[in-house]
Design a protein around this ligand. Structure first.
Ligand SMILES: N[C@@H](CCC(=O)N[C@@H](CS)C(=O)NCC(=O)O)C(=O)O
Length: 219
């Protein structure tokens, strides 16, 4: 299978990026990482929009055909490479896992978008500041939910293998620093994500994307 992943450093494309490294380690299946420079609007070119009309990362290109949306990409990768164990096999456990992944993608993630890009949600500076403030407070409560979910992680979300859930949990905590959430104020979540950070497939992606976990700056 020929696989290409269009990703941007620190973006949610980190999730399939880590999944693909985990698959490579478990099965030997290679993939080509394709850097998309968002600051240069490379995701708005006609060629890119032909792959993903939403103008977003990630896009997984499978034998020349583009697949978008993290939940669909993780499901496809799991079904194609079951040896990597990205999702549970029991139907109920799998459905619960997809429910959590979908929630990270459709609830936690868009709440952070309101903090990071408030100008897309309100016009005046005052209104933007308000959007940001409300979303940042909400975002913290959502990170607390992930802290509860990840409490049994031994050492990772689904045991001894790194999966999409671990990569999303990492990304959302890392974004928390940009929403003024001190990761040390979520000690259980931080300890879990520090284990994730040290895992080999994650370390490779951190190096390639040139990012670090801690983005928090005390004011
Ligand atoms: N639900 C989408 C979310 C994708 C998304 O929000 N991507 C962001 C990066 S985290 C992006 O490409 N933003 C660039 C833009 O919208 O201009 C998915 O699962 O792929």
């Amino acid at each position: 299978m020929n696989l290409e992943l269009y990703f941007a450093p620190g973006a949610c494309s980190f999730v399939p990026h880590v999944a693909l490294e985990a698959i490579k380690a478990a099965t030997g299946q290679a993939f080509e990482p394709k850097l998309v420079k968002l600051h240069k609007s490379e995701h708005h070119t006609p060629e890119y929009l032909a792959m993903n009309p939403n103008g977003q990362v990630p896009v997984l290109v499978v034998d020349g055909k583009p697949l978008t949306q993290i939940v669909a990409i993780c499901d496809f990768l799991d079904r194609s490479f079951p040896k990597a164990g990205l999702l549970p096999t029991d139907p109920w456990a799998r459905a619960q896992a997809l429910s959590q992944l979908a929630w990270m993608n459709n609830t936690a993630h868009p709440t952070f978008t309101r903090v990071f890009r408030a100008s897309e949600f309100a016009e005046s500076e005052a209104a933007q500041a308000e959007v940001k403030k409300i979303a940042a407070a909400k975002y913290r409560t959502l990170l607390e939910r992930i802290q509860e979910w990840s409490a049994p992680a031994k050492p990772f979300w689904f045991g001894d293998r790194i999966t999409c859930h671990d990569a999303y949990a990492f990304t959302l905590l890392r974004w928390g620093g940009m929403a003024a959430v001190d990761p040390k104020s979520l000690p259980g979540y931080l300890a879990y994500v520090e284990r994730v950070t040290a895992a080999a497939p994650v370390a490779v992606v951190l190096e390639r994307e040139r990012i670090k976990l801690d983005t928090y700056k005390a004011t």
